[in-house]
Design a protein around this ligand. Structure first.
Ligand SMILES: [Zn+2]
Length: 168
């Protein structure tokens, strides 16, 4: 999936999760969820995040390849294990939900994801080809749904700014 799709799906899932937990949808949380949704593709040097962190993405792609360990539940556990002791409690939930949303979204593409890596078994429901009209349609529908259900443009704009700040 394209980076923008992951950002949208991550933001949508976080909005749902925050609402279910009866928490306000804050720009910082949306920004963190979007960041979490971009992280798994750090195993691809040409991805949005891989280009920015080539020191990590190039060796990772060389040793393990794309859609390996970073697209598995081990990576989610590693993220939690890293964040919890770092005192980043406020960041844990949105980052984890964003990260999981990426695995979910990739699971809908033809390649699927190796959820139980190092097992090579691929999990998913092959519905979407990356960059296809189906992907654009799904993302457009999700954006409209989230905008309608939770939307206020000011929060979304602030979230975009927050994401920019996090990525600088
Ligand atoms: Zn991916």
């Amino acid at each position: 999936m394209m980076a923008v799709s992951h950002v949208v799906v991550g933001g949508a899932l976080w909005s749902l999760a925050a609402t279910a937990a009866q928490q306000p949808i804050a720009p910082a949380g949306l920004g963190l969820a979007a960041l979490g949704a971009l992280l798994p593709d750090i195993d691809h040097p040409q991805s949005w995040v891989g280009k920015r962190l080539a020191v990590i993405s190039v060796p990772l792609a060389g040793v393990i390849g794309h859609r390996g360990v970073t697209h598995s539940l081990i990576a989610v556990l590693a993220l939690l294990a890293f964040l919890a002791p770092a005192g980043l409690d406020h960041a844990v939930a949105p980052l984890a939900v964003g990260y999981l949303s990426h695995l979910l979204a990739d699971a809908l593409t033809l390649s699927g994801v190796p959820l139980l890596w190092p097992s090579r078994r691929i999990y998913g429901l092959p519905l979407i080809r990356t960059g296809s009209l189906a992907e654009i349609g799904l993302v457009g529908a999700l954006t409209a749904l989230v905008g309608w259900a939770f939307g206020d443009v000011a929060t979304l704009k602030q979230a975009a700014r927050e994401l920019n700040r996090l990525l600088r």
